[in-house]
Design a protein around this ligand. Structure first.
Ligand SMILES: O=C(O)c1cc(C(=O)O)oc(=O)c1
Length: 309
C-alpha cells in the first residue's frame, strides 16, 4: 500500500495515520469474509472534507482500502460514511461503484434528501443510513428528523446504523426502540470495559439486544475500547484482552446478529495505530468456533448487505 497523503488539508493536530505495512494475519478468514465496518477519507483533493467536520483526517483512498482487503483476506467491504464527510456521500459512493460489486455502503443523509438521491445511492450499493450520537463527532439532529428519514429509507429495505456511547443508551432507548428498520449498533455501543461485564451498563446493552430482535451489533473496535491493552503491535497475539469478554458475550448470545469490521483507517485514535493483521488475529478470541466465525464474518453480513446472493 502507498503511504497516507494529506492533499491541501491540514490534519487535526496529533492525528495518527493508519498503520503502514500490516502483517499477514495468522488467523485465516473463512472464504467470503466481509469487513463490515471501514471508511474511506477523501482523498481531500478529489472529495473535500465537509465544512462542519469535527476532525480532518489523513487521506485513505478506495485503492488503499481494497489493497488492505486483499492483503488481509477479506472478500468484501461495507464502507460506512465517515463524519468528516458530513452528508456528502460522494467519496463513499465512488468507492462502491469502483468495487466490482464487492462493496456495499452506509450513508449519512439529511431530511432534505430526495427519493431520486436515495434511489441513486441504492443503485450504487448503499443499504443503510447512519445516525451518530457521539457528541465529539457530530452536531445534534432532532429525533423527529431522524425518525422521518428512517421511515423513508425503510421503503428501500435499508437499515439504520447507530453510534453512541454506553452512558447515553438510557436516554436514547425510546428513540432506538421506535426505529422501524433493522438497527445495527456500531462498536457494541462503546462499553466502558473497565466496568464489570455483569454491571448495569453492559447488561442494559444486552437487554436492548435481547428484547429487540431487530437490533444487531458490530463487535468491532477493540483498539478503541481497550483500556489496558496490550496493543495489536509487534506480533502481539493476545491483544486487547479486556475487550474480549464483552465482545465474546455478544457473539455467543446473539450469533445471528453480529458483524465484524476493521474500522480502518481508525479515525481519532490517540494512543496508537493497530497493525490490522493483528486485529484480524483478535477475531478467534471473540468467536472461538468455526461456526461462530462463519456467521460473524460471512452469513450475517451477506444476509444484511447481499441478501440476493
Ligand atoms: O470513534 C470515532 O472517532 C469514530 C469516528 C467515525 C467517523 O468519524 O465516522 O467512525 C467510527 O466508526 C468511529
Amino acid at each position: 500500500m502507498s503511504k497516507p497523503t494529506t492533499g491541501d488539508f491540514t490534519k487535526t493536530s496529533g492525528w495518527l495515520d493508519w498503520y503502514d505495512g500490516p502483517s499477514q494475519p495468522r488467523f485465516q478468514l473463512p472464504a467470503g469474509s466481509v469487513d463490515a465496518h471501514c471508511h474511506v477519507f477523501g482523498p481531500g483533493a478529489e472529495f473535500p472534507y465537509a465544512p462542519e467536520r469535527k476532525y480532518t483526517p489523513c487521506d485513505a483512498s478506495k485503492a488503499q482500502l481494497y489493497a488492505l482487503r486483499d492483503h488481509l483476506g477479506f472478500a468484501r467491504n461495507v464502507v460506512v460514511q465517515a463524519t468528516c464527510h458530513g452528508a456528502d456521500n460522494r467519496a463513499m459512493v465512488d468507492a462502491l461503484v469502483h468495487s466490482n460489486g464487492k462493496a456495499r455502503g452506509v450513508a449519512t443523509v439529511k431530511r432534505s434528501v430526495s427519493d431520486a438521491e436515495i434511489q441513486a445511492m441504492h443503485d450504487a450499493g448503499v443499504r443503510g443510513v447512519r445516525f451518530n450520537f457521539v457528541k465529539r463527532l457530530v452536531d445534534f439532529t432532532p429525533k423527529d428528523e431522524l425518525l422521518e428519514i428512517a421511515g423513508r429509507i425503510a421503503k428501500w429495505g435499508w437499515h439504520v446504523v447507530i453510534y453512541f456511547e454506553a452512558v447515553d443508551l438510557p436516554e436514547l432507548w425510546d428513540f432506538f426502540t421506535a426505529l422501524p428498520t433493522t438497527v445495527v449498533v456500531d462498536h457494541m455501543g462503546r462499553p466502558d470495559v473497565s466496568k464489570p461485564l455483569d454491571g448495569p451498563e453492559f447488561q442494559l446493552f444486552l437487554k436492548f439486544m435481547r428484547e429487540h430482535p431487530n437490533v444487531w451489533s458490530k463487535v468491532s473496535c477493540p483498539e478503541r475500547l481497550s483500556v489496558s491493552g496490550p496493543k495489536a503491535l509487534n506480533g502481539e497475539q493476545n491483544a486487547y484482552t479486556d475487550v474480549i469478554p464483552f465482545a465474546k458475550r455478544v457473539v455467543e448470545e446473539f450469533p445471528d446478529r453480529v458483524l465484524w469490521g476493521t474500522d480502518w483507517p481508525h479515525p481519532n485514535l490517540k494512543d496508537h495505530m493497530p497493525d490490522d493483521g493483528l486485529l484480524v488475529d483478535f477475531i478467534p478470541h471473540i468467536a472461538p468456533t468455526a461456526e461462530l466465525q462463519q456467521k460473524l464474518l460471512v452469513s450475517n453480513p451477506m444476509r444484511l448487505y447481499w441478501p440476493e446472493e
